[in-house]
Design a protein around this ligand. Structure first.
Ligand SMILES: CC(C)(COP(=O)(O)OP(=O)(O)OC[C@H]1O[C@@H](n2cnc3c(N)ncnc32)[C@H](O)[C@@H]1OP(=O)(O)O)[C@@H](O)C(=O)NCCC(=O)NCCS
Length: 190
């Protein structure tokens, strides 16, 4: 009964397409394989996190495992150069909003437009799924990431104080609107 009720008020949820076909791409001379992440990639994901966050793993093995289970409305992609994980990106999709939950590029592959390529792919995916906007949180002191997002059209929205539990750093919520204001979907609260 509850499921039927939900489907009646949120029929779009069923229309989200999370299928993904792996492919190879050449970015800046790097031959990369892009594929959907599975639990088998978690050890590599943790190593990559340690590399980019100075030994820290803001996302634990359990947070990755739990996110990777949400296949109905989320998409996590890993990018390999031969057997080395060089990047990953994750997002949750809904018709109202696509939220980028995580993105990282290994230090030796940074600044070669891999991050931009992954963001563009997720934005395109959000458009295909008819999302009104793409949002994300970024540390207020992460100027490199903010520059990337701004160059893609994201705008600062509001600050979340003490968002990152380990460092108590603030986060900036950034949004890229995909639809003009007048036709944005209204959110209903019952
Ligand atoms: C943020 C991150 C994902 C960007 O990925 P990337 O592949 O290095 O970025 P790109 O090469 O696609 O660069 C895109 C833009 O970001 C900016 N940028 C990237 N690296 C930069 C650097 N070293 N210095 C200054 N600007 C930089 C530039 O504006 C660049 O655009 P341009 O080359 O056209 O000028 C990557 O730096 C990273 O993994 N950082 C650590 C983890 C992290 O901060 N994740 C984001 C959490 S919100």
């Amino acid at each position: 009964m509850l499921k039927k009720f939900n489907q009646f008020f949120h029929p779009q949820v069923n229309q989200i397409d999370m299928s993904f076909t792996p492919f190879m791409v050449n970015i800046n001379g790097n031959i990369l394989q892009v594929m959907q992440a599975t639990d088998d990639n978690i050890p590599d994901l943790l190593v990559l996190e340690e590399q980019v966050y100075s030994g820290h793993t803001p996302w634990s093995k359990f947070s990755f495992a739990s996110e990777l289970k949400k296949r109905r409305n989320s998409l996590y992609l890993v990018v390999y150069n031969a057997s080395t994980l060089v990047a990953f990106v994750g997002a949750r999709f809904s018709p109202e909003e696509t939220h980028i939950t995580n993105i990282a590029v290994a230090p030796s592959f940074q600044n070669q437009h891999i991050g931009r390529y992954l963001m563009q792919m997720m934005i395109e995916r959000a458009r295909e799924n008819d999302s009104d906007c793409v949002s994300l949180e970024v540390r207020t002191d992460n100027e490199i990431a903010q520059r990337l997002y701004q160059s893609l059209g994201f705008k600062g929205n509001f600050i979340r104080k003490n968002y990152y539990q380990d460092t108590h750093t603030d986060a900036m919520n950034m949004v890229l609107w995909l639809k003009p204001h007048q036709i944005r979907r209204k959110k209903f609260t019952f």
